[in-house]
Each structure stands twice: as structure tokens, then as C-alpha cells.
Design a protein around this ligand. Structure first.
Ligand SMILES: NC(=O)c1ccc[n+]([C@@H]2O[C@H](COP(=O)([O-])OP(=O)(O)OC[C@H]3O[C@@H](n4cnc5c(N)ncnc54)[C@H](O)[C@@H]3O)[C@@H](O)[C@H]2O)c1
Length: 358
């Protein structure tokens, strides 16, 4: 088992990574307080893993709540359901919400915990690679609104993150690859050495080699935890984690959030961001190729649909990162280093979009 600590100003919390954590009563005894627990999951994940979590929590009162599976249910309506169940069961301030599932369950259950009685504890039990390396760490919780993704939310840090790598065995391969896009992102933004390790270990990761997975998750969480420690509320460095996201957002918006998984859009977005960085003279062209090749080896898409530069620009403008009408972008200074900036010539963005989107 690997362990690291997310050290924040007021409190810190552990992230545990390893095979079999969700079946280990000692892990829960040490890291999940409370007698009354609400286990929030969905109709796909609960049948696979809820029983083992229950079995690892003897002597606690556990109420089970299974939400329908899908991003379209990450809404206030389903937060209300969680809150209704907490109230109906007389859960007090010392009760704990357990979020068992991917980022959708984690974001929704975490936000519900943030709202209930002005905030009760919650633990993340992430079961997708994306959730294990990204969404379960850092305390961003929330739901979507018809007016935009993740429009409603709160910063609410979990009391613990228990990432059981054996759960990835049942994850659809496409979801695994989408999670690996975020892992590559950490290498590109922060750590060239880690990027090299990923290049050498793509096959092991795709084959779900336990040691390779544990290392990739641990290093990703370490890098995210460090940036969250420096900038919990995303007023600075934390924005670097959005490499590829603004270009990816254009793909997701233009395709109606149905065809592309988030990680797939981010993968293509990172190639576009790398290309724009090269156009600005920040990155050698050979490095853009290196990024593209790694993502292709993982099996991720690297070219967007050609719906036109104008449409891409319109979609990018609806992003939360637009400030004073200017689109701010994460660009690569080098492999392993990035900047968040609105300071670039407009024609560099225009020519980048024209090349990739037509
Ligand atoms: N809070 C943050 O900082 C943050 C960061 C990144 C993404 N997110 C959010 O995360 C969400 C995406 O998360 P995701 O990619 O985990 O998607 P997801 O939660 O929708 O999970 C993907 C699919 O895999 C299924 N699944 C989950 N674990 C499984 C397992 N072990 N075996 C079989 N199937 C399994 C789910 O039921 C779902 O169908 C988005 O809503 C996004 O906004 C939040």
C-alpha cells in the first residue's frame, strides 16, 4: 500500500493507494470516523463493490443509496435525494458520507456532504482511474446546471481517499484510457521524468499491472496534492491542471457531451495546446510529436472533429476560464513545465484552431 498526505492550512488528509483497500476493515477503522454512514454509489458500481465495503465496516449503521449512472444525473435534483435520505434517517453532524464510484458520484456525494448541516465529513472511495488520480483529490465538489458543467459547487475536502486499484479491473478499457490522459497531463505540466516513465510503462498500465498502476496513481496524486496545497481555491498554479481542457471543452461542447469522454477531449486538447506552444516558440516541434505519439499509444484520440475554427472559438468562450473577454490558456513552456496565460497573439490562436478544427 502507498500512502501520501494532502497537507492543507487547516487540516490534512491521507490518500491510500493499493489493491484490496476496500475489503480491509483496518483501513476503514483507521480513516473513516462515525457510526452512521451513508454509502452513495450508482447502479453500476454498487453491485460490484458495495458488499465488500459493507463487510469491511462491521458495527456501523450503513444506509445505501444507489443513484442512476451517468453525468446527466449529476444535478441538484439528485443532491436533494441524498439530502432527503440523510434527513429521513436522522443522520447527525457526526455522520459520514462515503462516495463509492467515479468522478460523478464523488462530485455529487461530496457536494451533498458539504451542504448537509453546513458540512459533514465524507470519504472518497474512487473506482475509476480518473477519480483515483484527479477528481477525488483536491476538494472540488459540485453538480451541473443546464447553464453549464460544474456550475454549482463547493470546496469541501474529504477526510480520506481510499483508492483500491483492484476496482480498475472492471472498468471499461475506454474509461481506463481516458483516465490515463489525466495521468499524462501531470507529466506534461509538472514532471518530465514521470513523462518518460509513462512512455516506458504504457503497456504495463494498459495491462493493469498493479505496481505500474499504483506508481502512476501515487505520482499523479502527489503532484496534484502539492499544487492543491499551494493553491487550494484555484487562484494561481492550480489552473495549470487545466492543460488541454479549454480546447477539449470546445470538443465536448460542440459534440454535445455525448460522443467524447472528458479524458479523450483533454487528450486531443493537450495536443492542440502543445502545438500552439510550438507556434509561439515555447516548445520544439519534436516535443509536440512526442506528446501526440504517447497519447496515440495509449489509444486516445489526438485529432478533433473538423467543425470549424469559428465554432471552436465560440465554444471556448463559454469556458469558466474566460476573464474580461479573453480566453486564458495553459501552454507548455517545455515538457514538464507550463504557464496559464492570456498573453498570446490572437493570430497564434486563430491559426492553431484553423489547423486543427478546419
Ligand atoms: N472534482 C474534481 O476535481 C474533478 C476533476 C475531474 C473530473 N471531475 C468530474 O468527474 C466526472 C467524470 O468522472 P469519471 O470519469 O470517473 O466518470 P464516471 O463517474 O461517470 O464513471 C465512468 C463510468 O464508469 C463506471 N464505473 C465507475 N467505476 C467502475 C468500475 N470500477 N468498474 C466498472 N464501471 C465503473 C461508472 O458507473 C460510469 O458509467 C465528471 O463529472 C467531471 O466533471 C471532477
Amino acid at each position: 500500500m502507498l500512502k501520501l498526505e494532502v497537507a492543507l492550512a487547516e487540516r490534512s488528509y491521507p490518500i491510500l493507494i493499493g489493491g484490496g483497500l476496500l475489503s480491509d476493515p483496518a483501513v476503514f477503522a483507521a480513516h473513516v470516523p462515525g457510526r452512521d454512514l451513508l454509502l452513495v454509489s450508482n447502479t453500476t458500481v454498487a453491485p460490484l463493490y458495495a458488499d465488500r465495503v459493507r463487510a469491511a465496516l462491521p458495527d456501523r449503521r450503513i444506509v445505501d443509496l444507489r443513484l442512476p449512472d451517468g453525468e446527466q444525473y449529476k444535478t441538484l435534483e439528485y443532491v436533494a435525494r441524498v439530502l432527503d435520505v440523510l434527513v429521513a434517517n436522522g443522520f447527525g453532524r457526526d455522520s459520514v458520507v462515503l462516495a463509492l464510484g467515479g468522478g460523478v458520484v464523488g462530485d455529487l456525494a461530496g457536494f451533498s456532504a458539504a451542504c448537509y448541516q453546513r458540512g459533514i465529513a465524507f470519504a472518497q472511495l474512487p473506482t475509476t482511474l480518473l477519480a483515483q488520480v484527479d477528481s477525488s483529490v483536491g476538494g472540488k465538489t459540485g453538480v451541473n446546471h443546464p447553464g453549464g458543467k460544474n456550475m454549482i459547487g463547493a470546496f469541501h475536502q474529504p477526510c480520506a481517499v481510499l483508492a483500491d486499484t483492484t476496482t480498475l479491473q472492471t472498468l471499461p478499457p475506454r474509461e481506463l484510457r481516458a483516465g490515463l490522459a489525466e495521468v499524462v497531463k501531470y507529466g506534461l505540466v509538472f514532471d518530465l521524468q514521470f513523462l518518460g516513465w509513462l512512455e516506458r510503462n504504457v503497456d504495463a498500465l494498459l495491462a493493469l499491472d498493479p505496481e505500474a498502476l499504483a506508481h502512476a496513481i501515487h505520482r499523479s496524486c502527489e503532484l496534484k496534492a502539492e499544487v492543491v496545497r499551494r493553491d487550494e481555491r484555484e487562484s494561481g498554479d492550480r489552473a495549470l491542471l487545466n492543460l488541454g481542457h479549454t480546447f477539449g471543452h470546445a470538443i465536448e461542447t460542440a459534440t454535445g457531451y455525448t460522443e467524447w469522454l472528458h479524458g479523450e477531449a483533454v487528450a486531443t486538447g493537450m495536443v492542440i495546446a502543445a502545438d500552439m506552444s510550438a507556434r509561439l516558440g515555447l516548445l520544439p516541434a519534436a516535443d509536440v510529436l512526442r506528446v501526440r505519439e504517447l497519447l496515440q499509444r495509449i489509444g486516445l484520440p489526438v485529432d478533433p472533429p473538423r467543425f470549424g475554427a469559428q465554432r471552436a472559438l465560440e465554444c471556448m468562450r463559454i469556458d469558466k476560464k474566460v476573464k474580461s473577454g479573453r480566453i486564458r490558456l495553459v501552454l507548455l513552456d517545455r515538457l514538464g513545465g507550463a504557464r496559464f496565460t492570456a498573453d498570446y497573439p490572437d493570430d497564434a490562436l486563430a491559426s492553431t484552431l484553423a489547423t486543427h478544427f478546419g
